[in-house]
Write a protein that binds this ligand. Structure first.
Ligand code: ATP
Ligand code: MG
Length: 1053
């Protein structure tokens, strides 16, 4: 477990997860989110959070790795993973360039960035490397400035995988140099225009890159003393010829074939007997199944190539000869052969007359000569010429070899022709300084590695050594500058590998060469010799199984296994002598010209093999580079999909390793890998010394020495330079640990204080909250008790009042009852008397009425008699006179009868009025004022009966009431004459009283029910005339009976 685990939020390096067998998995940067005893929660750079075992957190990230740096040499921990993370962080921000000392890392953006305009050209002109952000223009400008200042040759070595951007970088450098050094002259234009021609003949579409350079090139630009471009020279290395005759799936032959078919005019095509836009028709062009490229216009490119050829002074005949030979290659590829047997030996017949004719015509030879040269082989045995026929397969092999050599010769001629134009060495001019740009294939390790890979990797081993020595030199230069003793630096380079492949005697290349010239030499015999010769060397790898026909070399960038199949043939790099002889007799001058002079058969063994040629040109190149001041550009391919903004970590790690970037770190580690400026050192480690003054007032060197002396052991290896302190890894680690310990201690102290403040604040809030709750509770409790007590007092008051009133009422009732008895007795007696009197009056009345009736009857009788007499008289008169009105009917009432009737009717009513007089007494309300008690008004209504006390009023009414027949009063409804209060009514009244108490609002339901119970108890108590305990009044029964509650301690905080 590291010390950094407890530092929350710390940036750390974490072991790669689930990557046991992955050699390219490297630690990654992450931020610690949470730590537990055995595991840590981290967030990686993409923000994804996950747990990792605690021991997988390696160490804290240096501040430089957290922020990202322009120059990775300044990284605190110059490790593979730190370099990778720095590059990734910058790539995300579209910063594709980063320095590592004088080396520039360029990551292919796979998109057009607006960083190569005239503005940038002007911006970077004359600036020091560290002044502006990393840029390829800065490197170009630096080389140019150094050339002008020191008058020394400069070289820029660009390397990287296929598709990493080497060719694009080369073009950018050439454009920048042309822009800043030239006066926009013709030569600059010619140098720039050489590129499309070279790319057309030397580049092809591969699965890794649509415009892959299948050769290496070194462009050397010569400058005058005034810094003007005077000329240039192009050196080409190791063109991939196998592509002429065969292509892998999804790959194409060299661009020029497709451009030619698309761009030649019809008459030209007819002249060459080619078909327009007919790549599919040609065997050499169609094997990859890919004929067209997205975004590439072959016809337009062909026009550009022709224009560039004009700029570079290619003669039209020369151009035509080149196209003729290219057409010959295409027809050659389409030639069909038939296998036959001649004199019991396998032989071949060239039956495809049409193509034979076409090729012969284009090569300037006869049909027969061509057919013979293709199908026969001439050998010399003891000076005698022996001709043997070739089998069909051998004929096809020979044809392909011829086609490859023909194209190789055309390519070399084109480069020579370009050089003739741009390499304008003026007579009498002194040697000029140059800036060379090397665009060369990077280290290659495929599943099947052949002779080409061996050559390429050998070239890269050479470049690696060149690079390492340069870094080592720079390191030494820094030690010298800082006055540091550096003799003890012991660094191992890759000389041993170079010796194995091509430098010491019996090296691999020389063995291949030897075997190529040996008549019985085969690829298998070569492998055996290699095993015997180098089998016991540590850097030579034998395959695990004896069955596997492979051999391996432990390169600086890893082990590469090579398949020796085809090594000898490729190394020989030639075609049959019969074809050579045929060419030498050709009428096509250009063809004769492009092949070197034919060697006689006896000197054949002295003919240069490919490995020799390659080694020679490589030696020359290394000598040139060694004589120049180097700049390195390492191009990195961020992903295999040619997509922008996609960073494949494992792919990049592999390239970083192959680029030899870690050599810088290794060389550093051999000396003093850690160095700090004095101020930086004091700023970082000042806390290791107690009580220092502010840094700006300190002598930083002195403080640095104090820190080192006090903290590091006496035997520790560190040195003080002019401006920096130089430390070994172990001492730096110790200082870091000490610093981390003190920082951790301080963090804990700060955390402690901070937590105390936090907890205290929290506690105060809890206390306040508790007090508030207590306050509210106590207030509520007091109010509730008070209400209960008050209610009790009210109830007690009511009970006492009730007791008094009941007593008073009881007395009053008995008085009223007595009074009622008297009154009723009196009334009954009087009524009886009146009834008696009435009866007597009635009898008298009846007697008088009978008398009157009798008298009336007598009168009536008399009237009737008189009337009858009168009637008789009148009839006599009427009959004698006029008619008379009818006689009036007797309607006048008898006054005596009417009065009597009225009298009889009036008398009972007067009696009723007398009774009503008693009712009127009920209205006496004066007694109400006596009681005044709230809630007992019901009793008052009873007390209203007291109004009857004023019985005089009744008497007066009764006595003064006379029969007044003329004023009959409307009779009121009969009132309740019975004012007597029986027991039921009394109970009802009491219920009403206590009912009121029941309805009274007494805080909670139990109290209400208790009130009722208590009220009944009061009633009982009252009846029993007992004293009621005051406790009972002040509390509801359940509280009274409930056990005492314990008051919690914590509530009294
Ligand atoms: N600086 C750049 N800006 C934009 N695109 C680039 C840049 N560098 C490279 N590319 C893109 O990447 C592609 C491949 O680049 P380039 O041909 O230079 O690779 P290379 O390293 O020369 O590969 P090879 O070894 O196969 O020749 C280019 O065609 C271009 O699309
Ligand atoms: Mg290239």
């Amino acid at each position: 477990m590291t010390n950094f685990q407890n530092e929350l939020g710390e940036c750390v390096w974490v072991k790669p997860q689930n990557a046991v067998d992955n050699e390219f998995a490297v630690p990654f940067g992450a931020r610690v989110i949470r730590t537990e005893k055995t595991r840590t929660l981290i967030a990686n750079d993409e923000g994804k959070q996950f747990w990792v075992p605690a021991e997988d957190v390696l160490k804290s990230m240096h501040i430089t790795s957290q922020q990202g740096v322009d120059d990775m040499i300044t990284l605190g921990d110059l490790q593979e993973y730190a370099i990778l993370r720095n590059l990734e962080m910058r790539y995300e921000k579209r910063l594709i360039y980063t320095y590592t000392g004088s080396m520039l890392i360029a990551i292919n953006p796979y998109q057009t960035l607006p960083i190569y305009t005239n503005r940038e050209v002007t911006q970077y002109r004359g600036k020091k490397i560290s002044e502006l952000p990393p840029h390829i223009f800065a490197i170009s400008d630096n080389a140019f400035q150094q050339l002008k200042r020191d008058r020394t040759n400069q070289c820029i070595v660009i390397s990287g995988e296929s598709g990493a951007g080497k060719t694009e970088s080369t073009k950018l450098i050439l454009q920048y140099l042309a822009a800043i050094s030239g006066k926009h002259s013709w030569i600059e234009q010619q140098i720039i225009e050489a590129n499309p021609i070279l790319e057309a003949f030397g580049n092809a579409k591969t699965v890794r890159n649509d415009n892959s350079s299948r050769f290496g090139k070194y462009i050397e630009i010569r400058f005058t003393d005034a810094g003007k471009i005077q000329g240039a020279n192009i050196e080409q290395y190791l063109l991939e010829k196998s592509r002429i005759v065969a292509q892998s799936r999804d790959e194409r032959n060299y661009h020029i074939f497709y451009c030619m078919l698309a761009g030649l005019s019809k008459p030209e095509l007819t002249r060459l007997e080619l078909l327009e836009n007919s790549s599919t028709k040609y065997h050499y062009l169609s094997q990859g199944g890919c004929l067209q490229l997205d975004g590439k216009n072959d016809a337009k490119d062909f026009a550009d190539i022709r224009a560039a050829m004009k700029v570079l002074s290619f003669a039209p005949e020369e151009v035509w000869c080149i196209f003729s030979l290219l057409a010959a290659i295409l027809h050659l590829g389409n030639m069909q052969f038939t296998a036959t047997v001649v004199q019991n030996m396998d032989a071949t017949e060239a039956t495809d007359v049409v193509n034979l004719q076409r090729v012969a015509l284009l090569l300037g030879v006869s049909k027969k000569a061509l057919a013979t040269a293709l199908t026969q082989k001439t050998i010399y045995v003891h000076g005698e010429r022996v001709v043997t026929s070739l089998s069909r397969d051998m004929t096809i092999e020979g044809r392909d070899a011829f086609a490859k050599s023909l194209y190789g010769a055309i390519f070399i001629r084109i480069v020579e022709r370009i050089n003739m134009t741009i390499d304008t060495k003026e007579k009498l001019s002194k040697a000029l300084n140059t800036i060379g740009v090397l665009d060369i294939f990077g280290f290659e390790n495929f599943s099947d590695n052949s002779f080409e890979q061996l050559c390429i990797n050998y070239a890269n081993e050479n470049l690696q050594q060149f690079f390492v020595r340069h870094i080592f030199k720079m390191e030494q230069a820094e030690y010298e500058q800082e006055s540091i003793k550096w003799q003890h630096i012991d660094f191992k380079d890759n000389q041993e590998i170079l010796d194995l492949i091509g430098m010491k005697s019996v090296n691999i290349m020389s063995l291949i060469d030897e075997e190529s010239k040996f008549p019985k030499g085969t690829d298998n015999t070569l492998l055996e010799k290699l095993h015997v010769q180098h089998g016991n060397r540590s850097i030579y790898v034998k395959p695990k199984s004896n069955q596997a026909a492979l051999f391996g070399i432990r390169h600086y960038a890893g082990v590469v296994m090579y398949n020796p199949n085809g090594f000898l043939e490729k190394n020989r790099d030639s075609f049959s002598m019969d074809l050579r002889e045929m060419i030498s007799k050709s009428k096509n001058k250009f063809l004769v010209d492009i092949f070197p002079l034919q060697l006689p058969y006896d000197t054949m063994k002295k003919q240069l093999t490919l490995s020799v040629k390659f080694r020679n040109s490589l030696d020359l190149l290394m000598r040139t580079l060694s004589a120049a001041h180097p700049f390195f550009i390492r191009c990195i391919k961020p992903n295999e999909h040619k997509k922008p903004n996609l960073f494949d970590r494992e792919l990049c790690v592999r390239q970083l390793r192959y680029s030899g970037m870690m050599e810088t770190a290794r060389i550093r580690h051999a000396g003093y890998p850690i160095r700090h400026s004095y101020r930086d050192f004091v700023e970082r480690y000042c806390l290791l010394l107690p009580k220092l003054a502010p840094i700006r007032t300190l002598d930083c060197r002195q403080v640095t020495e104090d820190i080192c002396k006090q903290l590091l052991t006496a035997t520790a290896d560190y040195q003080f330079g002019r401006t920096k302190v130089f430390l070994k890894d172990v001492d730096d680690t110790y200082l870091e640990k000490e610093r981390a310990r003190i920082v951790l201690k301080s963090i804990i102290a700060i955390q402690r204080g901070f937590r105390r403040v936090l907890f205290r604040r929290q506690l105060c809030r809890y206390r306040e909250a508790a007090l508030t709750i207590q306050k509210v509770w106590r207030g509520y409790k007091q109010r509730r008790d008070f209400l209960i007590a008050r209610q009790g007092f009210h109830r007690l008051g009511a009970c006492i009042a009730q007791k008094h009133l009941t007593l008073h009422f009881t007395r009053l009732r008995s008085c009223v009852t007595h009074l009622q008895a008297h009154c009723r007795g009196y009334l009954a007696r009087r009524a009886f008397k009146m009834r008696q009197q009435r009866h007597k009056d009635l009898q008298a009345l009846r007697a008088s009425e009978e008398l009157l009736v009798r008298q009336a009857k007598e009168h009536q009788q008399a009237d009737r008699e008189r009337q009858s007499r009168l009637g008789a008289n009148a009839a006599v008169v009427a009959a004698a006179t006029a008619p008379k009105p009818p006689p009036r009917a007797v309607s006048t009432p008898n006054p005596i009868v009417t009065q009597a009737q009225i009298h009889v009717r009036e008398r009972p009513m007067n009696m009723m009025n007398g009774m009503n007089g008693v009712n009127g007494v009920n209205g006496g309300n004066g007694v109400n004022g006596v009681n005044g008690g709230n809630g007992v008004n019901g009793v008052n209504s009873m007390n209203g009966v007291n109004g009857v006390n004023d019985v005089n009023g009744v008497h007066s009414v009764i006595t003064t009431t006379k029969i007044e027949p003329k004023q009959p009063e409307k009779q009121e409804p009969t009132a309740n004459d019975d004012n007597y209060m029986d027991e039921e009514s009394s109970k009802q009244i009491v219920d009403d009283v206590f009912g009121f108490l029941d309805e009274a609002d007494v805080s909670s339901p139990p109290v209400v029910s208790n009130v009722r119970a208590k009220s009944l108890m009061f009633e009982r108590e009252l009846r029993l005339k007992k004293d009621i305990p005051i406790k009972l009044l002040s509390r509801p029964v359940n509280y009274y009976e409930a056990p005492q509650r314990q008051v919690m301690n914590q509530m009294r905080l």
